[in-house]
Design a protein around this ligand. Structure first.
Ligand code: SF4
Length: 366
C-alpha cells in the first residue's frame, strides 16, 4: 500500500512503467498525502509527455437518432420523450467551418448509432471538411463494419472515438442489449489495423461495477495502446432503465479524479480529454481539476444551440444554453487561468512516432 512506503519507495512505484493491477488498485486506494502525490505525479507525467499545450476539439452532435437501447443513455431508441433531429450535410459543414475562427483544430462529428446515416454521405462530409478547412476530423458514430471505417479513412478521417464503457463482459452485456464487448473490441482493433487514430474509454461508477472493474478498465486502455482515452462518471438519466440507480462511488466522488490520475500514469502518451461530465458533477471546476490531474484536451460543444437540449446523454449536462462562441471564450479563459497554452497544430497522436521506431527496431532485430 502506498501509505506504508517512504517517499523514495513511492517514487519508485510511480516510476515503474510496467504497472499491473496491484499498482492500479493501490493508487485508487490513495488518501491524504498519498492522494496529493498521486495527482502531482499524474500532472508531472502529463507535462513530460504531452507538454503544456491543451488542444481544443469542438464537438458537433449532428444527430440524436439512435437504433440502440443502451440502458444508461438519454437518447436511447426507447426514450420517446426525446425530440429527434438530424442536421443536414450543409449545416454540419458550415458549423465546422466556423470552428476554425475559434482556435479549434479538430472537429468531432458525433451522433447516435443508426444505420440511417448514409455511409456515403458521411464520407462526402468528411471529404469536404478536409478539402475546404484546415480541421482534422474525428468521427464518433458507434460500431460500423470494417469496410465503412476503411471508406471514411479513404475520405480523410483522421480519428475515431468508440468507448468500450466497461471491461467486464457480463456487465457490458447487461447494459448493451444490441452489442457484445467482443464486437465493440473488434471495431477498435479494425480501426487500429486501418491506421486510424483510435480513441476509447469507459464510464466510472456504473451500477454493478467494483474498484476491481475500474482497475481492469484502466488496464484495458493500456493494453489497447489507445491514442485517445475519454472517461467520465456515470450519471443516471431519469428517462432510462437506470434512472433509479446510483453511481457506484456515490459519496466517494474523489474516485472520478483518482481514476483519471491513474489512467494518465498508466497511459503516459495518450491524449486524455477533460470530459464535460466532470463539470456536471463538479460545476464550474470539474474540467479544470481534470486538466490538473492528467488531462490535456478540452472538447467544447459546437452543436447549434437549438439542438443541444435534445442531446442529453445524462441530466445536468453543462453548456446546453450557451452559444458556440460563448463556449469558445469560456474555454480560452479556463485554459489561461491554468497557466497553460492552446495547442496550435492538429494535436495528432504522438504515439505514431514511438510505434514507427518500435517497428524499425523489430525489423532490425529480425
Ligand atoms: S450510448 Fe450511443 S449507441 Fe447507446 S443508445 Fe446512446 S447514442 Fe445510442
Amino acid at each position: 500500500m502506498l501509505m506504508k512506503k517512504n517517499n523514495s519507495q513511492k517514487h519508485h512505484v510511480f516510476a515503474n512503467r510496467d504497472h499491473g493491477k496491484g499498482s492500479a488498485l493501490s493508487f485508487l486506494d490513495s488518501e491524504g498525502a498519498d492522494l496529493k502525490r498521486l495527482y502531482k505525479e499524474a500532472d508531472r507525467i502529463r507535462h513530460i509527455h504531452m507538454g503544456e499545450e491543451i488542444y481544443i476539439r469542438g464537438i458537433i452532435e449532428f444527430s440524436n437518432i439512435c437504433a440502440n437501447d443502451c440502458l444508461y443513455c438519454g437518447i436511447r431508441a426507447s426514450n420517446h420523450a426525446v425530440n429527434r433531429y438530424s442536421m443536414t450535410a450543409e449545416e454540419i459543414f458550415s458549423t465546422a467551418k466556423a470552428m476554425v475562427f475559434r482556435q479549434q483544430t479538430t472537429v468531432v462529428l458525433q451522433s447516435g448509432e443508426t444505420p440511417g446515416i448514409d455511409d456515403t454521405e458521411m464520407g462526402e462530409i468528411i471529404r469536404r471538411i478536409k478539402k475546404e478547412t484546415p480541421l482534422a476530423v474525428t468521427v464518433s458514430v458507434g460500431n460500423r463494419p470494417y469496410d465503412t471505417y476503411r471508406h471514411w479513412k479513404d475520405c480523410g478521417m483522421d480519428r475515431y472515438l468508440l468507448r468500450f464503457e466497461t471491461s467486464d463482459p457480463e456487465l457490458f452485456g447487461r447494459l448493451h442489449p444490441d452489442c457484445t464487448l467482443e464486437e465493440r473490441l473488434e471495431c477498435l482493433y479494425a480501426l487500429k489495423e486501418l491506421g486510424v487514430q483510435t480513441g476509447s474509454g469507459f464510464m466510472i461508477g456504473l451500477p454493478g461495477e467494483t474498484v476491481d472493474t475500474l482497475a481492469e478498465n484502466i488496464l484495458l486502455c493500456q493494453k489497447l495502446d489507445l491514442d485517445m482515452i475519454g472517461i467520465g462518471p456515470f450519471i443516471p438519466h431519469p428517462e432510462t432503465p437506470l434512472g433509479g440507480e446510483k453511481n457506484a462511488y456515490e459519496g466517494n466522488e474523489e474516485m472520478f479524479f483518482k481514476a483519471l490520475a491513474v489512467l494518465r500514469i498508466f497511459n503516459p502518451d495518450a491524449h486524455i480529454p477533460a470530459t464535460t461530465a466532470y463539470d456536471a458533477v463538479f460545476p464550474g471546476v470539474g474540467r479544470n481539476l481534470a486538466l490538473q490531474r492528467g488531462a490535456n484536451i478540452f472538447m467544447p460543444n459546437d452543436t447549434p444551440v437549438g439542438h443541444r437540449k435534445d442531446y442529453l446523454l445524462y441530466p445536468g449536462k453543462p453548456c446546453v444554453d450557451e452559444s458556440a462562441d460563448q463556449c469558445a471564450s469560456c474555454v480560452l479563459m479556463r485554459i489561461e487561468s491554468l497557466g497553460r497554452t492552446i495547442g496550435k497544430g492538429h494535436g495528432h497522436s504522438i504515439k505514431n512516432h514511438r510505434r514507427n521506431s518500435e517497428h524499425g527496431r523489430h525489423k532490425h532485430a529480425g
